[in-house]
Design a binder for this molecule. Structure first.
Ligand code: ASP
Ligand code: MG
Length: 348
């Protein structure tokens, strides 16, 4: 019997990795491309989705200018022409009545973040001598559901995936916009942080051997390393643990990103700047607890995810409990302190 391992790899870059002229990210693609055929998925540049959201609220022309300046600076460096995107953006901004609803209009506005970064990243690759094409997921990813919270229709998307396969067969690197889909001819977004979801879907539909999610953190930590000073990296996390932790607020990965992996495609989280691959999500987990948190309306919630025994934490009110997790409700003002304290109790 002949075993044939897929040579395809999907690599997703978060907004914070797409700084300046994408040097580090483009080099990683070049490196991976030596032995693989690479599919890139990109988020919008850092902060852009938030600013576009603000633009949809106040239509402040200053934000439009700021967006243009920000992207133009990169465009000049990589030799891209992005004027067409800004003409369209201005038109969309002025004509909300041409959309079926304000939410559909808003999703179209948000789409510019990823579309611009795909165009720019693709040009950056070409500049390094890597043939590449930007791919607007609108032409590939079919979705349904509420605008702002699109759900991908996997069967319908599978029928269009040949568009990306064709690019790979021609020896080029497709740079696909994350976070976006097509709902009956209108642009729809897949939920904040949804580029990870796009990356896993590409992994599934293109039969990739692995999906890499690159950002400014190395992987999954015992707690958010930006808030908990003693948090440390967990090298192996199971699909189940990752899905639970992300559903309970862990930021390292979008909550929908685990399901398309179908318990068989490995997902690696890593840091773009150092290429450090920090966490492998596969069937095997270390079983170390993960502390996730999120802000709810009135209060904050801290969750402890563990497939092994969950230690008792004194002094915290349990708000929810399920198989493999327990949640505590805390005052928002105490979140930071509580996270550090719980981390200390568990990991000492
Ligand atoms: N740009 C989108 C967001 O900020 C999607 C993503 O980054 O994954 O939510
Ligand atoms: Mg993210």
């Amino acid at each position: 019997m002949v075993y044939k391992l897929s040579r395809r790899i999907v690599v997703k870059f978060g907004g914070s990795s797409l700084k300046n002229s994408f040097g580090e990210a483009a080099e990683l693609v070049q490196h991976l491309g030596e032995n693989n055929s690479v599919v890139v998925v990109v988020s919008a540049l850092k902060g852009v989705t938030d600013r576009l959201l603000e633009l949809s609220r106040n239509r402040d022309p200053c934000i439009l200018d700021e967006m243009e300046r920000l992207h133009e600076r990169v465009a000049r460096r990589v030799g891209a022409d992005i004027s067409g995107y800004f003409e369209e953006l201005e038109f969309v901004l002025k004509n909300p009545e041409t959309f079926p609803s304000p939410d559909a209009w808003k999703d179209h506005l948000l789409s510019f973040g990823e579309r611009l970064s795909a165009e720019l990243f693709s040009r950056a690759l070409e500049g390094k001598g890597i043939p590449s094409v930007p791919v607007d997921a609108f032409h590939v990813v079919e979705a349904r559901g509420r605008f702002g919270y699109g759900e991908v229709d996997i069967e319908k998307t599978a029928e269009k995936i040949h568009l990306i396969e064709r690019i790979l067969e021609n020896g080029m690197v497709p740079v696909v916009t994350g976070f976006l889909g097509n709902r009956s001819g209108f642009r729809i977004t897949l939920g904040r942080g949804g580029s990870d979801y796009t990356a896993s879907l590409m992994g599934l539909l293109l039969n990739a051997k692995a999906v890499a999610v690159m950002s400014d953190v190395s992987g999954i930590y015992t707690a958010d390393p930006k808030l908990v000073k003693d948090a440390f990296l967990i090298p192996f996390v199971s699909y189940h643990e990752a899905a639970m932790a992300s559903a309970l607020g862990m930021k390292a990965l979008h909550e929908k990103a685990v399901e398309p992996l179908q318990d068989r495609i490995p997902l690696i989280l890593g840091k773009t700047s150092s290429w450090k691959l920090g966490t492998l999500i596969s069937r095997v987990g270390f079983g170390w607890p993960i502390i996730a948190h999120r802000e709810l309306e009135e209060r904050a919630e801290i969750s402890l995810i563990s497939t092994t025994e969950i230690p008792e934490i004194r002094g915290y009110r349990v708000s929810k409990r399920g198989s493999g997790y327990v949640c505590f409700s805390v005052d928002k003002s105490e979140l930071n302190h509580a996270l550090n304290e719980i981390h200390e109790v568990i990991f000492g």
